[in-house]
Write a new protein. Structure first.
Length: 194
């Protein structure tokens, strides 16, 4: 029994209240149930933590592996010439870095020009104007060239990323272009949150 004394300041009297407390006992089975409830509660509260995962940052580099062939020219031509290019576009710097490897139709043919072509209506089925000339290539029938372009405008970047650009290698035998490859980027790399 618990007794509580209360002083009333107005009447200056003391009242006495008695509270009867019952004893509470848990059986072994009751303890198990109580511990189980506490355990489940802790698990549930742990699952309610705030989402503190780090934000995913998208990789700014987009890469395309391009195959160059006469069949991709518009109109298509017949040539034994071929090539490959790795084209990387940095969305932060808005510049293209590239490596182009090519071999022309014959050993006596010479490389006369290379360009990035594109337009707002560009596609694999039409010829588009030159956007960026590619310089510094070997004039022989084969070669490898690495380079970086100027900064692209927003419109050019949008066209490039939409697959509206291509690389064209011109030769003396095919002045309009001997091998062409359309630049199609793979899906963006989602990045790493860590």
């Amino acid at each position: 029994m618990l007794e509580i004394l209360k002083l009333d300041s107005n009447s200056k009297s003391i009242t006495k209240t008695s509270i009867v407390m019952k004893k509470f006992f848990l059986t072994p089975r009751g303890w198990q149930q109580l511990l189980f409830i506490v355990f489940i509660s802790v698990l549930a509260l742990g699952a309610c933590k705030k989402n503190r995962s780090k934000p995913v940052v998208q990789d700014p580099i987009r890469t395309a592996n391009v195959v160059l062939s006469g069949g991709a020219e518009v109109p298509a031509i017949t040539t034994a010439g071929s090539g490959t290019a790795t084209v990387s576009y940095n969305t932060n710097t808005k510049m293209i870095t590239y490596q182009i490897n090519w071999i022309l139709n014959s050993t006596v043919s010479v490389t006369t020009d290379m360009h990035f072509h594109g337009a707002e209506n560009g596609s694999a089925t039409i010829s588009s104007p030159v956007v960026i000339p590619i310089t510094g290539f070997a004039i022989g029938n084969t070669g490898t060239l690495n380079g970086t372009t100027r900064v692209l405008t927003d419109a050019e970047a949008n066209q490039l990323l939409a697959g509206k650009w291509y690389i064209n290698v011109h030769s003396a035998a095919f002045p309009s272009g001997e091998i062409r490859g359309n630049i199609i980027f793979s899906s963006p790399n989602p990045g790493n949150p860590y």
